[in-house]
Design a protein around this ligand. Structure first.
Ligand code: ATR
Length: 522
């Protein structure tokens, strides 16, 4: 559906533009920030007089956006403050506009106020919650976050428009349409600018709620807009037959990616290469998994693309830092805030987190998690994954950390209690999980907690797998606790990585066997 924005510098010219646009438009957007001296009531009734089927959107953008458009047109824009803007949108509701466009940046108070006003008028006017980035197109996971913030208001339509700095940015905004579709949320997602043309041309075919187009060149309300004539030509050219293959054709797939790497620092002691290479060999996959000790995660990510590497594991200290370099991030990893697995899909890198699943699968083998309490020692990436998984399974985490402030931040993220490690004796829980490195080889004589504390727990887990039985677990066993070493978690998270990379079932028993053999031989 075509939406023609009215951007004329005067009310009179706007009325003329409306008359001309009504022949071609499904929607007309009244850009009240651009129409100098625009009289909303007159403009709306002019559209209604011409056509009763055309939907009317009333928009009043912030100054920077209006200026960005007007810079080309050599004329003024209309600057309104937040209060004036709100009054204008209220007037639009009173006048029965079909949509008002309100920016996410205006804040929840204003959005909710306008929403209830719409509801009070019988819901004739719908809300578009919009967000515009005039400088760049952020990574898909960032856009998903913005999408979720907009969708929280349950608007009729979410609108996210970004500036394309390169042609690939188009794919990001197109991916966002699919993401919104999965969530049954109507969306307008596209790129502005010279390099954003692909998204404007293709997004209608992918289910974008509407496309903006101008009657003639020069009437653009945003850089890069095509004319109605152009848009109709695209429609003809692509036809519905080409829908499905179009998005994949755009991502210019290379020859199949090969091999796997571990990115971290240090990585010398990692047993991941041993485990993954054994699994790949058993699965008949003639590819290699090797450890790379890196300094710069951004460069390493470029390397994965350049060398066409099929998949990567990410470990300390890059699990959080890597996120900004990826094209997409799975929902679980996004909620956890850390990525330990990357898959290269035709040059587009997607991040996952398999740590949480590795930990949960290990616990679930011997206990039910629902309504159980878990004291998690540590507040780093592993603790985050643990808290996320426990909540997902209906359990209740308690964060216990050496640095109280860090513990509090994590606890606030998951809405759970937190204690400083020094006060662990005050906690009563079913299971204790150590996610710190205290007790790891070669400091095998250390434990994060005193032995006496452990008597209060039925289950104790250590995420450390080297040594297999840490001092914590030895003490816990003496206190009669059921213990879990980090070995199963390590194998389970690695097995899930292989499922993500290959889509095939990994030989879990063999993976565990090779690690056990190496640890026992030490
Ligand atoms: P990971 O991503 O593997 O979880 P991390 O982000 O470095 O690793 O986090 C390690 C956690 O272990 C931190 O919460 C750290 O506590 P602080 O927040 O106080 O630094 C905790 N940790 C590390 N060494 C510790 C020690 N000797 N005693 C107690 N906690 C320790």
């Amino acid at each position: 559906m075509i939406c023609i924005p009215i951007t004329s510098p005067t009310n009179k010219e706007a009325l003329t533009a409306i008359k001309r646009s009504c022949r071609f438009a499904d929607f007309i957007e009244l850009r009240m920030d651009l129409i100098g001296g625009g009289i909303l009531a007159e403009l709306i009734s002019a559209i209604r007089l011409n056509s009763i089927s055309i939907k009317i959107i009333v928009t009043c953008r912030k100054k920077e956006e209006a200026v960005a458009v007007r810079r080309n047109a050599h004329s003024e824009c209309v600057v309104r403050n937040t209060r004036e803007k709100r009054e204008l949108l209220k007037e639009a509701i009173e006048l029965g506009a079909d949509f008002i466009d309100i920016e996410l940046a205006e804040g929840s108070k204003v959005i909710n106020e306008l929403k209830s006003l719409c509801a009070g008028k019988g819901g004739k006017t719908n809300i578009i919650v919009s967000c515009h980035n005039l400088k760049e197109t952020p990574a898909l996971f960032e856009l998903k976050k913005i999408f979720k913030q907009c969708a929280k208001f349950k608007p009729a339509v979410v609108k996210i428009v970004t500036m394309a700095k390169n042609v690939d940015d188009n794919l990001i905004t197109l991916d966002l349409i699919a993401f919104a579709k999965e969530r049954s949320q109507k969306i307008i997602s596209l790129c502005m600018g010279e390099k954003g043309g692909i998204s404007r041309a293709v997004s209608p075919l992918m289910g974008n709620f509407l496309s903006f187009a101008t009657l003639g060149r020069g009437g653009q309300s945003a850089p890069g807009q095509f004319t109605v004539h152009d848009m109709n030509k695209f429609k003809e050219l692509f036809g519905t037959r080409h829908h499905l293959s179009l998005a994949s054709a755009l991502s210019l797939r290379k020859s199949p990616a090969k091999n796997f790497v571990l990115l971290g620092n240090p990585v010398g002691h990692s047993l991941s290469p041993l485990m993954h290479n054994a699994a790949l060999q058993k699965m008949g996959i003639e590819e290699n998994y090797s450890a790379c000790c890196i300094q710069d995660i951004g460069q390493a990510i470029e390397g994965i693309k350049g060398f066409n590497i099929r998949g990567a594991s990410v470990t300390i200290p890059f699990k959080v830092a890597v996120m900004e370099y990826l094209d997409d991030i799975d929902d679980d990893a996004l909620a956890i805030g850390a990525v330990n697995t990357i898959i290269n899909d035709g040059g587009r890198l997607k991040g996952y987190n398999t740590d949480w699943l590795g930990l949960i699968l290990t616990l679930k083998k011997s206990m039910t998690l629902r309504n159980k309490t878990f004291a998690i020692i540590g507040a780093g990436g592993t603790a985050r994954a643990a808290a996320y998984g426990i909540i997902k399974e209906g359990g209740l985490p308690i964060i216990v950390n050496r640095t109280q402030e860090k513990g509090k931040i994590l606890a606030a993220k998951f809405n759970c209690p937190s204690f400083p490690l020094s006060e662990i004796s005050r906690i009563k829980a079913d299971c204790l999980i150590n996610t710190t490195s205290v007790g790891m080889y070669p400091q095998c004589d250390k434990s994060p907690v005193n032995s006496e504390v452990l008597a209060g727990y039925k289950y104790v887990m250590d995420v450390i797998y080297n040594p297999l039985k840490t001092k914590l677990l030895t003490n816990a066993e003496k206190q009669g606790c059921k213990i879990f070493s980090g070995l199963d978690m390590f194998v389970n998270q690695g097995a899930e990585q292989i499922r993500i990379w290959t889509g095939k079932e990994p030989p879990i028993a063999l993976m565990k066997k090779v690690i056990l053999k190496r640890l026992i031989a030490k």
